[in-house]
Design a protein around this ligand. Sequence first.
Ligand code: OOG
Ligand code: MG
Length: 260
Amino acid sequence: MNARYDQWVDYLYCAERQHAAVDRLSAAEPGLTLDDAYEIQDRLIARRISAGERIVGVKLGLTSAAKRRDMGIDEPIYGWLTSGMQLPSPASVDLRELIHPRAEPEIVFELGEDLAGPGVTPLDVLDVTRGVRCGLEVIDSRYAGFQFNLVDVVADNTSASQFVLGSTRVSVSDLVLPSLRCQLLADGVALSHATGAAVMGDPAAAVAQLANFLATRGQRLEAGWLVLSGGMTSAVELADHRDVRAEFDALGSVELAISR
Ligand code: OOG
Ligand code: MG
């Protein structure tokens, strides 16, 4: 299997570098398991690290009903964030360097201490959180038609492409995360809105589940890392717009300009 893992890593790495969509892994290899997919994901990130990037955090995916409905997958997933994915603010993305990008608003945790499962609770997450920011994640599935199953999307590092953070960091003691409101706008027009509760009832619960899941794979969240807790609303296709903006209660706003 090891040689085949590396073959799939090459396949997905090249698709990203060449911004060319590829067929789903599961079409060619229907026997791949979720464990295989996380192994491919780990090796994909190892490839980026040997090319000079470093891990800056973790992203959760499919933590809201809107995202699960849109993507047709009913369980949360996670992937890795690397230094090369973080955009300086004000951010802009160039459509010519991506495949079919979309953006989604997220609540982002900045961890002040390590956090290792099992048994991590939402309160433990709040205890180690240095602060929370708003963010926009740009996802860009490497699969044709932005269509995939659970195993495909996990192997593809959960469609991670780029992200940008808002400039305001707020202490968790000054926030009630489930009631934090956010609105997603494109070209100044409001598209959708949600509260933090859209993320598994409480984004801190989603992060706790992540820490516990990482523990089953011998991994932990580390001090200084960012955690993107998952898209709160449906994602918006960037090709249709000139800019996308997310406005949050208490956390300010974050914006992405789109060039082509
Ligand atoms: C999968 C990644 C989902 C989120 O926040 O739910 C994700 C996808 O939609 O392509 O990042
Ligand atoms: Mg996301």
